[in-house]
Design a protein around this ligand. Sequence first.
Ligand code: GLA
Length: 743
Amino acid sequence: MIHTYDTQIHYSRDMNGETVTCFRLDTKVSTYFFAASDAKFLLHGYYGSRAGQDDLSFLLHLDVYPHTVKSNLREKGVIMGAYGFEYPCHGIGDYREACLMIEDKAGMTTCDFRYVSHEVMKGKPKLSQKDFDVIPATFEGENSCETLKVTLQDSHTDLTLELYYSVFEELDVITRSARLVNGSGNPVTIRRIFSTCVDYDESDFEMITLNGSWGRERVIERYPLRHGKQLVDSICGESSAQSNPFAALVRPGTDEEQGEAYGFNLVYSGNFTIEAQVAQQHKTRLVAGIHDYDFAWVLEPDYDFWAPECVITYSASGLGTMSRNFHDLYRGNLIRSKYVREERPILINNWEATFFDFDTEKLLSIARESAKLGIEMLVMDDGWFGRRENDDSSLGDWKVNEEKLLGGLKYLVDEVNKLGMKFGIWFEPEMVSLDSELFRAHPDWAIQVPGRELTLRRNQFVLDFSRKDVRDYVYGMMTAVLRSANIEYVKWDMNRSLTEVGSALLPARQQREVWHRYVLGVYDLMNRLTTDFPDILLENCSSGGARFDPGMLYFSPQIWTSDNTDAVERLKIQMGTSLCYPPSAMGAHVSVSPSQAVGRATPFATRGDVAMAGTFGYELDVTEMSEEDLAAVPKQIETYKKYRHLVLNGDYYRLSYHMCDAKWNAWEFVAKDRSEALVTVVQVMSRANSPAVMIKPRGLDPEAMYLVEEVGSAFSGETLMNCGLRVDLWGDFVSKRYHLVIV
Ligand code: GLA
């Protein structure tokens, strides 16, 4: 609910009053309040648990220290450094992080945007700027929303700034983005344009971020704020395995079920920063947006620029609620694929089974065995094109290697279809190998600084996707393949970060735009692909999970979570990922034991139970499995089919985390109507003389009776949630499932 009103504030020091225009955004449990002062500064007032229906202008603290250049010009500088602002500008006395820095025609970088007008609208506008039609963002979908647009102007440069606040009331979510419009006759250079700023009057917060590396993506870190700046960021051209565009500010003591949590997630896949700064008076400012490191953007007259959207959610009941708010928003209002609510095919991917060493017969032998087991789709991974026998060559030459795939792609796909299975294929569209026809023909198509040595990674370069001609050419090759056979799934991979960032087509003064133009170019091509082939299920991937972010989710309902498929490591990775991303979006496969990533041996059943907490599949050679494991597959598939609607549409609860208790990981999916739940427990570290543990399910109907199928008895939801299920496991890495159904 958005409410705007004008009110009068009277100062304690003199009798002059000031009129402020107030903006109040209410969700189910939160209130966000800000106002335009008499001098037209956009001041932040409050964000937290829902306030009553009072006039909240007292939260601006203007009556204590009048904030108006009219009555207190003398102390404008002091005021700028002390008050909360909605979108702080660089250069006018607020020395905390600014959201905006613009270089004008005189080379000056000060800007000062003041409130002009506002408008409330139903739904929300699309993010789209000249030359780039689609910028991923949430939309009005399963959950409705309304939007407040506040327009500001910098009278010195004649630039207009529009701030957008969309309120998803039921989900306790507010999304923010900013659009800068150059209506002046002169170009300006944007040096920084963030998406959001939230100022808090206090600093008793802890910051949670997701950090890691290849094979160890999105591990939860939590630390108290201190004076100065704490941040999570990426400057490598993608959201990255090392960090994720997510951060939460939580109160000390906040856990899964209680305490305040503010979650921030940027709908962006490139360089970003999310930064918390504790400044004087113990105030905290959180800003988030495209990283300004090596960034600049020339905004020509009549052009606009959209800062990507930042999703913000408030929970007064711990991290679990925060996560479920994100999950519901992303499933209902961000992932635009038609498959978002559909049960996805259980796939088998040949990568960890064969790597590059396969041919038609090998793939068909895997498919034949898989079909017998009940697997629904074969995905042919890297190595089917050009002369690619290892990772040294052929990226960019998207033509089927018919020596390897005897009979051609269509023959293979038809044969797989005859077995009753779907067929999917791997691409790495953004890349070119040093040894490729494409690079030999168009060396200038790689991102590069002419005259400098290009840095190779995995023997490959990044194509200049800021260029439409490059994108068009790659797309032409991809569509020729996709149209040549009945391909129903694409895995879009991206296996290196950017170096020597420069583009052959842009003039010198626009070279700093390449980082962002590249990301917009990737979005452009994904948009074309998913628009032209709406029935293709798209799965994103980046050296495992190095681009698991909301920008990618907009296009693909599932993303490969990590190249590390070890069941124990996956517990950590999947739980970290679940802080803001829905489990239904996490590609999770059963692979061989001992794990190829860490050498750990785990039971087949546990690998299955862990993979069932996401979009389930297999990634091993079914023709070489032990009799025992092979015999277990049909049952495992049947089990996933029985529960996959819960993973897809249910509420997710983290019940226990072995990083905290060193023993168990337990999680739960609960149907939205609370009619059933699935609890899974994995014992990571067994202990001598350690009594059975009571695992307490959450989210049940306390009044209802639930049959615990595996125990054979029924208990009330109240008893189960308060007293718990007794779990007794013997040995390491063993797992157990409990299915609770209302009787
Ligand atoms: C990346 C992906 C893997 C696989 C390989 C192929 O590492 O994460 O799943 O597709 O590339 O080269």
